[in-house]
Design a protein around this ligand. Structure first.
Ligand SMILES: Nc1ncnc2c1ncn2[C@@H]1O[C@H](COP(=O)(O)OP(=O)(O)OP(=O)(O)O)[C@@H](O)[C@H]1O
Ligand SMILES: [Mg+2]
Length: 282
């Protein structure tokens, strides 16, 4: 199988819309290892794409490449038609596995404010405008009441919302979320998925949403991007999460089961931990 089967455009209007991000024949090597190989894909301005794949398949690496934090060894990324690195692509990013010391002396507002201009702690914006933007972001994710709370004492779901608020501050056109469902229970996962779906519709954002299993996103995602062994397949869920497509991707037999509308992916032994389920904890 072609490692990157032709992508399917979900609706006719997408064909006439300008792509937001275009990855062309991207190969990424870290040290001696090839993490992603000959990856090509187009992200459209208003779509939610779930990024799925076993541990170590390069999901976080892919986000970091799109952010410009890791340079591909070959290939190209274009953002709104221009090579990445030129201009201001306005990308919001929630990294994976942030955990905070319970005694970290920082409030919800201070944490969200880091998103205004990163390590410079929001210097440069007048105080009143800066405060108003933080207020708006807190409200957008439903945690206005947590502005003065100590970050480290908040629950995983509350911290996750603050992380999303931080990523929204720069008014992004693309949101990259790296496993925002990790460590949340099923209800917490549902709330974050609904929140992201609502925000992306309101703000016409494209979202790349890394998750350990496909099921939590089934109702909201437009396409799925499945990574395995350096290769990838992107398309509508039912065209990618299929035994033949995944078997070709992994290079060994994979079964896909559907039980009551949920998808389950059988795994070779070394990926026995990976299922199609949400996986609250890895
Ligand atoms: N700087 C580096 N040098 C060499 N290898 C690296 C480096 N950074 C990451 N890797 C390797 O790249 C592979 C992909 O890592 P990545 O974090 O992108 O995977 P992932 O799909 O996000 O995994 P997980 O589901 O565990 O988060 C891993 O095998 C990792 O060990
Ligand atoms: Mg990762």
């Amino acid at each position: 199988m072609n490692a990157n089967p032709p992508q399917t455009v979900r609706s006719a209007d997408r064909e006439s819309a300008a792509p937001l991000v275009e990855l062309s024949d991207l190969t990424v090597r870290l040290g001696e290892r090839t993490i992603l190989e000959h990856l090509s894909a187009t992200i459209w301005p208003d779509e939610l794409v779930g990024i799925i794949g076993p541990n170590g398949s390069g999901k976080s690496t892919l986000l970091r490449v799109i952010l410009g934090l890791i340079r591909p060894s070959s290939g190209e990324i274009r953002f709104r038609g221009a090579p990445l690195g030129r201009g201001n692509p306005r990308i919001g990013y929630c990294p994976q596995n942030r955990s905070f010391d319970p005694d970290l002396p920082i409030t919800g507002r201070e944490f969200v404010g880091l998103g205004i201009d990163g390590h410079r702690w929001g210097f440069g914006l007048p105080d009143a405008r800066r405060a108003a933007r933080i207020d708006q972001a807190l409200e957008a994710v439903g945690v206005s009441h947590l502005g003065d709370a100590p970050l480290g004492r908040l629950s995983g779901g509350e911290q996750q919302r603050l992380g999303i608020a931080q990523a929204l501050l720069g008014d992004p056109s693309l949101l990259l979320l790296d496993e925002p469902l990790a460590s949340l229970d099923v209800r917490g996962q549902r709330e974050i998925v609904d929140l992201i779906d609502r925000i992306r519709r309101q703000r016409h954002l494209a979202v790349l949403f890394v998750t350990h299993g496909v099921n939590p996103l089934l109702d909201v995602m437009d396409r799925v991007w499945y990574l395995a062994g350096g290769r990838a397949a992107i398309g509508p869920v039912r065209e990618v999460i299929r035994s033949d497509v995944l078997s070709a991707l992994y290079g060994s037999p994979i079964e896909v089961f559907e039980v009551q509308g949920r998808l389950f992916v059988s795994s070779p032994d070394e990926w026995a931990h990976h299922s199609g389920d949400g996986g609250a904890k890895k």
